[in-house]
Ligand binder design. Structure first.
Ligand code: SF4
Length: 368
């Protein structure tokens, strides 16, 4: 299989900027949108048609996913990291309180989330193999196995053999975001550590899928460079994964930069309108793709986007290791969240819009 490669980032930008109103109309009417259609939907020429894009995106989302919103919560296992990423609170350059949960502590965090009704958890860590290695992840997976419908990880890139081992232990999905598909910007913000290898990271989703994982999550950190070109690169990556690994589900995330230790400021602002255009475009491009909207975004925006394209929301999230057991300790978090509501409040907001959070345990969680 030929590895995934991208055209020159500037070429992507040029393709987008050359799209016209007629191209957008054609894209909107296309039954099987191409990458050129995606370029049109993401382009400035599509901005006046955003309400129509929202309408069609909502229609497709309802057809494919019904009136449901899947909920998940992250568990931060460790904030040790050997990389220096300019935008991240966990960067090795930042002087923050560091800790790695013991297996018992990780299980206690999971128990709290289980008690709140979560059936889907995401195990997150900084990238430091001496703190979180495959044995540690395997041991946690084996402890949690059978208690959750889905246990995903977002940790350092691993080998195909290690992913296969974790799948066997009960991990069902892996999220690995490229952060930016622009190689030049990638170099500028990944200052040192293994993550500085752009190509190794780019090839990671393929290793995840080759290992037989049920799902792989890709994404770009919005605010580093031209969001439109990042969106087109995401579309190309998504289409390549679909073509080569038809049995692995793919999700896409759109994390916008949030305040974090190190006080990194977004280099290119991305407005809520921009984010919405990107989400609608990807839904129209691939009606079956899972689209995630995390608590990085504010409650008002997340509520407004319900049913319009995203299919999975995080809720009640804490981004510091041990944060559910010790909510008073905020030192050592990766970033400050935008939606600070409790999971019960998020459920109420979802229900008020006529949607159901997907989990068989929600009723009992709600009543307890
Ligand atoms: S983004 Fe990931 S790899 Fe980079 S510093 Fe943060 S935790 Fe480490």
């Amino acid at each position: 299989m030929t590895p995934f490669t991208l055209p020159d980032f500037q070429q992507l930008q040029q393709l987008i900027q050359s799209r016209t109103t007629a191209d957008v109309e054609q894209a909107l009417n296309s039954k099987h949108p191409t990458i050129h259609d995606l370029a049109a939907l993401i382009s400035p020429a599509a901005e006046p048609m955003l309400p129509e894009m929202a309408r069609r995106s909502a229609l497709l989302t309802a057809q494919r996913f019904g009136k449901t919103t899947q909920l998940y919560a992250p568990i931060y296992l460790s904030n040790y990291c050997t990389n220096r990423c300019a935008y991240c609170g966990f960067s090795a350059s930042n002087r923050i309180a560091r800790r790695c949960l013991t297996l018992d502590e990780a299980e206690a965090e999971a128990e709290i989330l289980h008690g709140r009704g979560f059936q889907h958890i995401l195990l997150v860590s900084g990238e430091a193999e001496n703190a979180v290695d495959v044995e540690y992840l395997e041991a946690i997976a084996l402890r949690l196995r059978g208690r959750f419908a889905a246990v995903s990880i977002e940790v350092q890139p691993l080998s195909t053999a290690h992913y296969a081992r974790l799948f066997k232990a009960g991990i069902t999905a892996v999220a690995v975001y490229q952060e930016t598909y622009d190689p030049e910007m990638y170099k500028q913000v990944h200052l040192s550590g293994k993550k500085a290898d752009y190509h190794y990271r780019l090839e990671t989703p393929a290793r995840v899928a080759a290992a037989g994982m049920r799902e792989v999550g890709i994404g770009a950190l919005l605010g580093l460079t031209d969001w439109r070109a990042e969106g087109l690169a995401l579309g190309l990556h998504l289409a390549w994964l679909r073509k080569n690994f038809w049995s692995t589900g793919v999700t896409v995330s759109f994390p916008r930069l949030r305040p974090a230790a190190g006080a990194f400021e977004p280099l290119v602002p991305v407005s809520e309108q921009n984010l919405s255009q990107l989400i609608f475009s990807l839904r129209l491009f691939d009606p079956d793709v899972g689209l995630l909207l995390s608590t990085r975004e504010e409650a008002r925006y997340r509520d407004g986007m319900l049913g319009l394209g995203p299919t999975r929301y995080s809720a009640g999230s804490c981004t510091a290791p041990g944060g559910y057991s010790h909510p008073e300790q905020t030192d050592g978090e990766q970033f400050s969240v935008g939606d600070e509501r409790s999971v019960e409040e998020v459920i109420l907001a979802i229900a008020a819009k006529g949607f159901d959070p997907v989990s068989k345990d929600w009723d009992s969680a709600f009543q307890s």
